[in-house]
Design a protein around this ligand. Structure first.
Ligand code: GTP
Ligand code: MG
Length: 429
């Protein structure tokens, strides 16, 4: 059986974040090697960046070696992790092997000596003060980890392949039975949720470079004030792909997108570039109002966009409004999914977590909260990190964006497939 660390998930996460988003690979566990200092050196010598972790009942104390155990004097970062707080101090330069006191090797570091066979650490008064530790710490376990970059080259190559397969699949996507030339996807959600940024993100991934066509930003009253429908093209192709992302005014408890405006968008009455007025929804008298919309003008899938950080803190009124909208959609048979953005800024999430984001504990908790609070099915909740401040594409971010888009387009096709045959024929083309 593979050896497991004694660090809890939270402790590991805190240390990963603290030491620059590294991944820890367990090299040595003292309890499995009779607390032998020799075994430790044999297993952990010259492994690159290395972290020594000593477990006490109430906290974790350790040393981070940027250059690992080697025959060279280096600076050593000593640290203590109490719950989620890390305190540190730097000592040295010293030979890292001298962190251990051994009967055969009396050379050791004055500030911090691990006496492995006695399961204790002796600490100088100066270090004691800096780390807030007693001068003698008893330990229950000692572990050593190699600290690896989160994404090795091989993984990046695999992701690039997945990404290019997804791009190819989406390039050849077709609306169900060609019922419409382009699938229309409406992005709905609170102000600042990341709707326009998702449009930009999808556009960027297909274009192959970052683009900021949709206006994004922060304003309590919302940035997007027009109804915009965005076609997407692949690289420099002229012909648009067969789907359109429709960006709207943000939802808010009192102002924001008017319910009548939303009904008109869903039914295809609202023209591109329509200027919203939260107090006065569109009427049939508007010069560009689409009076007799066809199936192609209607919305085929709604995406509820939320900021993952604040989705469980929305006001009671806004939650109630969103639930009402969802009920209305269910009544009309319009399928919908949820897109959680800003996952990159969720507490305890590091860049390296994005690759397996759906399995991260804080993300799982948020998915369950959205499922519980709004009633959305767990399998309909997607997670992305939009391109917000980057200048370059990132293969993992792009992969998540494409995975979400694929799910959205599958859902739109489910809607088209589920339409009664008479509607497919009469409204289709
Ligand atoms: N870190 C991070 N920032 C994001 C993400 N998505 C959006 N943002 C930022 O969040 C802010 C709001 O994003 P917008 O895309 O304008 O949000 P919106 O839903 O269109 O907002 P309104 O049009 O005002 O309703 C901007 O500063 C974006 O750069 C994300 O996934 N991660
Ligand atoms: Mg917007």
């Amino acid at each position: 059986m593979a050896t497991r660390t004694r660090l809890t998930w939270l402790q590991e996460k805190c240390l990963q974040n603290y030491f620059g988003g590294k991944r820890f690979c367990l090299l040595f566990k003292a309890s499995e090697c009779n607390f032998s200092h020799r075994d430790l050196m044999w297993k952990c010598w010259a492994q690159g960046p290395t972290m020594l972790v000593l477990h006490n009942e109430n906290y974790v104390v350790g040393a981070y070696l940027q250059e690992g155990f080697q025959e060279k004097e280096v600076s050593i970062t000593l640290f203590v992790l109490r719950e989620t707080e890390v305190s540190e101090c730097t000592i040295g330069p010293y030979f890292p092997a001298f962190l251990f006191y051994d009967r055969e090797n009396l050379d050791c570091i004055p500030d911090f000596q691990v006496v492995l066979y006695e399961k204790k650490v002796n600490i100088s008064s100066e270090t004691e003060e800096k780390l807030g530790l007693p001068w003698k710490v008893t330990i229950q376990e000692c572990e050593v980890f190699r600290c690896e970059e989160l994404l090795e080259e091989r993984k990046i190559r695999d992701i690039a392949l997945i990404q290019s397969n997804l791009l190819n699949a989406l390039k050849t996507y077709k609306p169900y039975e060609d019922l419409v030339p382009q699938t229309q996807v409406l992005l709905l959600g609170p102000i600042g949720a990341g709707k326009s940024s998702f449009v930009n993100s999808v556009k960027s991934v297909f274009k192959g470079s970052i683009t900021h066509q949709a206006l994004v930003g922060c304003d309590i009253n919302g940035i997007s004030d027009k109804y915009r429908t965005y076609s997407i093209t692949y690289r420099n192709d002229d012909s648009p792909l067969p789907f359109v992302l429709c960006d709207s005014l943000g939802l808010s408890q009192k102002a924001g997108l008017h319910m009548e405006d939303m009904r008109c968008i869903l039914n295809g009455h609202t023209p591109d570039r329509y200027q919203f007025n939260s107090m006065k929804p569109i009427t049939s008298k508007h010069p560009n109002y689409i009076p007799d919309p066809l199936l192609k003008d209607r919305i085929h899938c709604v995406v509820f966009v939320f900021d993952i950080n604040s989705v469980d803190q929305l006001s009671y009124g806004l939650v109630a409004k969103i639930k009402r909208i969802r009920k209305g959609l269910i009544k009309c048979g319009i399928l919908h999914v949820v897109l959680l953005t800003h996952v990159d800024s969720l507490d305890l999430i590091t860049k390296g977590d994005l690759i397996d984001i759906y399995n991260c504990v804080p993300v799982k908790l948020k998915l369950e909260a959205v499922h519980r609070d709004f009633g959305f099915a767990l399998s309909d909740i997607l997670v992305v990190s939009n391109y917000a401040s980057e200048w370059h594409l990132d293969p993992v971010k792009s992969m998540l964006i494409l995975l979400a888009l694929r799910q959205i387009l599958y859902t739109a096709n489910d809607f088209l497939e589920d339409l009664p045959l008479d509607k497919q024929v009469s409204e289709g083309k």
